[in-house]
Design a protein around this ligand. Structure first.
Ligand code: DX5
Ligand code: ZN
Length: 215
C-alpha cells in the first residue's frame, strides 16, 4: 500500500448501470469519484451533466470531486456546491479572477483544487499554490478520455511535488494514467490518480483487483 488516492473518472463508467458502478467502485476501495464537467467551449466536448452529479451524489457517501473544464468557473461554484461536490477543481486558465474563485469555493465549505493544462507553467499559478488543497496536473489536453500521456508534463509534476509539503497541497494527475505511470509517479510523491480507460474501466479484471494493485 502506497497510500495512493484512487479517483475513478466516472465519464468512463457504464452509464446504463451507474448506481451499480458506483457501489462496486466504492466496495473496490475507490477514494474520490471524479466527475468531468465540460462546456464545449473551454474544451471541445461535453462531459457529465448535473443529473449525473446528482445521481452519483445520491449513490455514495464517498468524496466526490467535480473537474470544471468550463469557462468562468467562478460563476458555477454555488451550483456544484449545492449538488454535493466535496472538492471543486477549476482551471485558472479559464478564470479572470482565480483567487476570487478560490475564496468562493472556501466560502461554500468545499475543498479547493486547481487543474493545470499541459501547456500551463507552474510560475503562472505561483500565488495560488499556498491557497489550495489540490493541484491536479493534466497529463493530456483536457476534454477526452482514451488519449496518450504527454511525457513533457513530468517535469512540471516533479516541480509541484517538490514544494507540496511547504505549500500544503496534494498533487493529483489526470489523463491516460496507466498502471506503469501510477507506480512511477507514486514513487516520486504524487498523491492521487484519476483513472479512466488506461488503468480501470473496460478491463477484464474486476475493479477490486485493479484498485488493490494501485493503492
Ligand atoms: C480528460 C478527463 C479525464 C479522463 C481520464 O479530460 O479529465 O478524467 O476522463 O480518462 P483516461 O484515463 O482514459 O485518459
Ligand atoms: Zn478529469
Amino acid at each position: 500500500m502506497n497510500g495512493n488516492l484512487i479517483c475513478p473518472s466516472m465519464m468512463c463508467a457504464d452509464f446504463s448501470n451507474l448506481e451499480k458502478e458506483v457501489t462496486s467502485l466504492e466496495t473496490a476501495g475507490a477514494d474520490i469519484f471524479h466527475l468531468d464537467i465540460m462546456d464545449g467551449s473551454f474544451v471541445p466536448n461535453f462531459g457529465m451533466g448535473l443529473q449525473d452529479v446528482k445521481a452519483i451524489r445520491g449513490a455514495t457517501k464517498h468524496l466526490i470531486d467535480v473537474h470544471l473544464m468550463i469557462a468562468n468557473p467562478g460563476e458555477y461554484v454555488e451550483m456544484f456546491a449545492e449538488l454535493g461536490a466535496d472538492i471543486i477543481y477549476f482551471h485558472p486558465e479559464a478564470d479572470q479572477h482565480p483567487a476570487r474563485t478560490v475564496d468562493k469555493i472556501r466560502k461554500n465549505d468545499k475543498q479547493v483544487g486547481i487543474a493545470l493544462n499541459p501547456g500551463t507553467a507552474v510560475s503562472t499559478v505561483e500565488e495560488l499554490l499556498p491557497l489550495v488543497d489540490f493541484v491536479m496536473v493534466m497529463t493530456v489536453n483536457p476534454g477526452f478520455s482514451g488519449q496518450t500521456y504527454l511525457p513533457y508534463v513530468d517535469k512540471k509534476i516533479k516541480q509541484l511535488v517538490e514544494s507540496k509539503a511547504k505549500l500544503g497541497y496534494q498533487v493529483m494527475v489526470d489523463g491516460a494514467i496507466s498502471p506503469q505511470k501510477i507506480a512511477e509517479l507514486s514513487q516520486i510523491g504524487v498523491d492521487g490518480f484519476v483513472l479512466g480507460t488506461s488503468a480501470l474501466f473496460g478491463k477484464k479484471e474486476p475493479y477490486s483487483e485493479l484498485i488493490s494493485k494501485y493503492k
